[in-house]
Design a protein around this ligand. Structure first.
Ligand SMILES: Nc1nc2c(ncn2[C@@H]2O[C@H](COP(=O)(O)OP(=O)(O)OP(=O)(O)O)[C@@H](O)[C@H]2O)c(=O)[nH]1
Length: 205
């Protein structure tokens, strides 16, 4: 059985951990300790087939053994690139990441690679503080040939689950066939994940 590897990328504080935790536990906890990057593993049944999912949650802070963005891109079969709709600079970072993915992901065919890159505008509940229009997100997704979602990890449980399920399905179908470099990164069990969601700085919203 092949593992499906999905990297959740984006600048600091956009809600990468919140989205992953929402998907894995159905909960929004609000604060996440992330002093190290980690891979969360989950076994899923997709279209009646058992799949092992590995979700990479990078650490935005400098930390020991931290992988580079290029290494993360080479490792993954699929990408969820996240920005915060209330933070324009995070949108610009997402744009740069999408361009790098397109540049480095040269092995995949166009059809394959289009299906496995998602752009996610998170924190949709903060639309009163919006700095990035929905149309801008849609336009960037069109330009970089990826699928676009606006979501709120805080408020949208089902939508977050649907987005990740679609990614897992697409990455399972179109994942890189070539042998990939594996990052020797720490993995966390679900119990450890729940125990680790404390102690991080709080961003006031
Ligand atoms: N209002 C609102 N806040 C959110 C949402 N998602 C995440 N947050 C908050 O944003 C802050 C950062 O969330 P994280 O999930 O830690 O962000 P991250 O991208 O993993 O951050 P790093 O690990 O530092 O890169 C936390 O205070 C979360 O509670 C959301 O959908 N809405």
């Amino acid at each position: 059985m092949n593992d499906i590897k999905v990297a959740v990328l984006g600048s600091e504080g956009v809600g990468k951990s919140a989205l992953i935790v929402r998907f894995l536990t159905k909960r929004f906890i609000g604060e996440y300790a992330s002093t190290s990057e980690c891979i969360y593993r989950k076994r899923l049944s997709i279209d009646g087939r058992q799949q092992n999912l590995e979700l990479h949650d990078p650490c935005s802070q400098p930390c020991e053994g931290k992988s580079t963005l290029s290494e993360q891109i080479h490792w993954a079969d699929g990408f969820v690139v996240v920005y915060d709709i209330s933070d324009r600079s995070s949108f610009l970072t997402a744009k740069a990441i999408l361009h790098l993915i397109r540049e480095l992901n040269f092995g995949a065919t166009k059809r394959e690679s289009d299906a496995v890159v998602f752009l996610v505008g998170n924190k949709q509940d903060l639309c009163h503080m919006r700095e990035v229009g929905r149309e801008e997100g849609q336009q960037l997704a069109g330009e970089t040939r990826c699928q676009f979602y606006e979501l709120s990890a805080a408020e949208h449980c089902q939508e977050v689950a649907l987005m990740f399920s679609k990614m897992v399905r697409n990455a399972g179908l179109h994942g890189k066939a070539k042998e990939r470099r594996r990052r020797p990164s720490g993995s966390k069990s679900m119990a450890k994940l729940i125990n680790n969601v404390f102690g991080k700085r709080r961003k006031s919203v």
